[in-house]
Design a protein around this ligand. Structure first.
Ligand code: GDP
Ligand code: MN
Length: 394
């Protein structure tokens, strides 16, 4: 789960991380009031969307007086901001962060993330902050330093100090920087984050060290322990298909392609995405329907996949273990009847591969269905190849 920058800053402030003074505004009047209360020489107005790259896209403004605050707030609220992270459709700005401006001397990059290879938390730092860190990683990878953290010990003070020196912070700020690193790590750990990113972390002309931007991502599996974080959820920022699926107990992740898949079990779902790729297909989604495949649930899954015309074909890949294949086949046929307008065909071809208990009976049910474009497949490979072929010729 993601939250907004202003929310991330409030969480981090609770752990002693130095952030600029400021607050959220939902309207132009609120923005002006916030700025007035701050009374800063320079007020920063920042569009709050769940995406980075706002600076380059015009989503971060510096105002010298309240008239400018009003003008920028009017300009940004309701605007669709397109950044390199939003995709071409952009994201609509519904909230602003109104902040006291900082006298930036230099911008740095600092983050904590989970490293899959070492199965450890890694702290990453660079003195090439502010700009796109992906670009630094690609073009100057030796400019990014890493410290891998032993989970039994946690971030050791010597690691923070070593990182601070490698990042070339001015000597008089090293103490503040290491303290910020320790605090950020504590927040990352205690809140079950999957990412805590400060870009830029700045040193000001007054030699203060401030987190000028903040991005926290949370591990969904840990959210039950953090009702305070769950309450920060902004559903308007989330994929409507993923929200709808969540409400029906389906695990759905949009992958952007055109071959939808409906699978039971996360492992099989991942294998299905892989095999579609292998045959040159572009998976539209990851979808785990779970163990209880009623016709209603399968129909809901079909409708989510078909919504918006993204899917040009559906690959159903189900292993009937606890569920029996004939029950699943009945579910698929029942779902097809619910959503096919004429009772004869579905809007896109559906290839179904079933394996497991009562598989012969299940395949027979699919063969007997009056819905023309439900096509049974004998194997996972054959089914994947078939749906990719059908989608590509459509
Ligand atoms: P992002 O582009 O979405 O990552 O948004 P950031 O919060 O990182 O802001 C982008 C850029 O705006 C930063 O790299 C800074 O250069 C600039 N910026 C943000 N806050 C201030 C500020 O208080 N003073 C000044 N001078 N620049 C700022
Ligand atoms: Mn940033």
């Amino acid at each position: 789960m993601n939250i907004h920058e202003y929310q991330s800053k409030a969480v981090l402030k609770g752990y002693g991380v130095n952030v600029p003074e400021g607050g959220v505004a939902f309207t132009v009047d609120e923005a002006v009031k916030q700025a007035q209360a701050l009374g800063a020489d320079v007020t920063v107005i920042k569009a709050q969307i769940h995406a980075g790259g706002r600076g380059k896209a015009g989503g971060v403004k510096l105002a010298r007086n309240l008239d400018e605050v009003r003008q920028y707030a009017e300009e940004l609220l309701g605007k669709v901001l397109v950044t390199h992270q939003t995709g071409p459709e952009g994201k609509k700005v519904g909230r602003l962060l109104i902040e006291a401006g900082s006298n930036i001397q230099k911008e740095y990059y600092l983050s904590f993330a989970v490293d899959r290879k070492t199965a450890r938390t890694v702290m990453m730092g660079s003195e090439e902050g502010g700009m796109e860190i992906e670009k630094v990683a690609a073009e100057m990878p030796d400019k990014i330093f890493k410290e891998y953290i032993d989970p039994a010990i946690g971030l050791a003070p010597f690691q923070a100090t070593r990182m601070a020196y490698k990042m070339n912070f001015p000597k008089e700020t090293i103490g503040k920087v290491t303290k910020l690193m320790m605090n950020l790590y504590r927040a990352f750990l205690m809140k079950d984050c999957s990412l805590a990113e400060i870009n830029p972390l700045v040193v000001t002309r007054e030699m203060d060290v401030i987190a000028l931007d903040a991005k926290l991502n949370f591990d969904d599996s840990g959210l039950f322990r953090h009702p305070d974080i769950v309450s920060l959820r902004d559903e308007s920022e989330e994929d409507p298909k993923e929200l709808r699926a969540g409400a029906s107990g389906l695990s759905y992740v949009n992958l952007g392609g055109n071959v939808a898949c409906m699978v039971n079990g996360a492992g099989l779902a991942m294998a299905t995405v892989d095999i579609l790729k292998h045959y040159g297909g572009e998976p539209a989604n990851f979808l785990d329907v779970g163990g209880d495949s009623t016709p209603e649930k399968i129909a809901e899954a079909f409708q989510i996949m078909l919504d918006g015309g993204q899917a040009k074909g559906i690959f159903v890949n189900i292993f009937g273990g606890i569920n029996k294949c004939d029950v699943i086949a009945e579910g698929i046929v029942g779902a097809a009847k619910i959503i096919s307008q004429d009772g004869k065909s579905l809007p896109v071809p559906v290839v179904v591969r079933l394996e497991g208990t009562n598989v012969e009976r299940g395949r027979q049910i699919l063969k007997d269905t009056p819905i023309a474009n439900v096509i049974p497949a004998e194997t996972m490979e054959g089914g994947a190849e078939e749906i990719v072929r059908l989608v590509n010729q459509a």
